[in-house]
Write a protein that binds this ligand. Structure first.
Ligand SMILES: [Zn+2]
Length: 271
């Protein structure tokens, strides 16, 4: 599943090139998770202003209204002047004067939704409950600790929930907890200020590094140039059950937490 770093890498891959482009046509394929909520022809003639990101949503600002895109479980975007004819899994084309932005999504959990503005009910429904951006200035260590103190659930689950801080998906939660030396099962409310502070720094570091390296390697994901990233190749714990910890050589452990795989080092992450 594309996670925040992949979505950010995707954004960086086409945002500059599409900004300022006039929309010439919109092609819609099979139904996605949510309907477009506008007649495709109504978008023709509008201009793309910029592409932002909020959590795992891409916000494509037009001179009137905006498109909210989500890559779901298996979505990927390409942008190019000469894309081949749309294939069976290509479900949305935004054809502009500078090239076509194409959503390929075999499992169709992704979506492209039109909203008049970010205050419209539809946009609020999709974006309203998202926590702060981990790579933005709003992600503050003291506020993070204060929020954690109110949650009794295991820290990894709290990170995954996304309502305190967005975008810390399964891979990144495991990696950040390893860097911070925190056991994934410990109650969020029990983390001391220094430990919460270490986790805050680790979350930022793990995500920033993944963005810098072009997103993680995920079978279903390719960025807007069709390349894959390689963050996962150097994961410390994720998908390394039984392999030696890179710090202390203890075999990495695997467990199931709320239907998701969790990996940790029992020595480096004692409690
Ligand atoms: Zn270790």
């Amino acid at each position: 599943m594309p996670e925040l770093p992949e979505v950010e890498v995707t954004r960086l891959g086409f945002a500059d090139r599409i900004a300022g482009a006039r929309i010439e046509a919109v092609r819609v394929g099979k139904p996605l998770r949510w309907a477009l909520a506008v007649e495709p022809s109504e978008l023709v003639g509008r201009t793309v202003l910029e592409v932002r990101r909020r959590g795992k949503y891409l916000l494509i600002d037009l001179d009137r209204g905006l498109l909210l895109m989500h890559l779901g479980m298996s979505g990927s975007l390409r942008f190019g002047a000469e894309l081949p004819a749309a294939g069976v899994h290509d479900h949305f084309d935004l054809v502009t004067a500078r090239g076509t932005l194409r959503l390929n999504d075999p499992r169709r959990f992704g979506a492209v939704v039109y909203a008049e503005d970010e205050a419209s009910p539809l946009a609020v429904k999709l974006l309203g409950k998202l926590g702060v951006e981990p790579l933005g200035e709003g992600f503050d260590a003291a506020a993070f600790h204060a929020e954690l103190r109110r949650r009794k659930a295991p820290i990894k689950q709290v990170l995954l929930a996304g309502d305190i801080v967005v975008g810390v998906g399964n891979i990144y939660a495991s990696e950040a907890l390893f860097l911070a030396g925190i056991r994934p099962t410990v109650s969020a409310s029990r983390l001391s200020r220094p430990r919460a502070s270490r986790l805050h720094a680790a979350v930022k570091e793990v995500l920033a590094r993944a963005v810098a390296r072009g997103g993680s390697t995920l079978r279903d994901f390719s960025d807007s140039e069709g390349r894959s990233g390689y963050f996962q190749l150097e994961a410390n714990v994720y998908d390394r059950a039984g392999e030696p910890c890179r710090v202390c050589l203890t075999p990495i452990r695997w467990m199931k937490q709320g239907q998701r795989s969790t990996y940790f080092c029992p020595t480096c992450q004692k409690y």
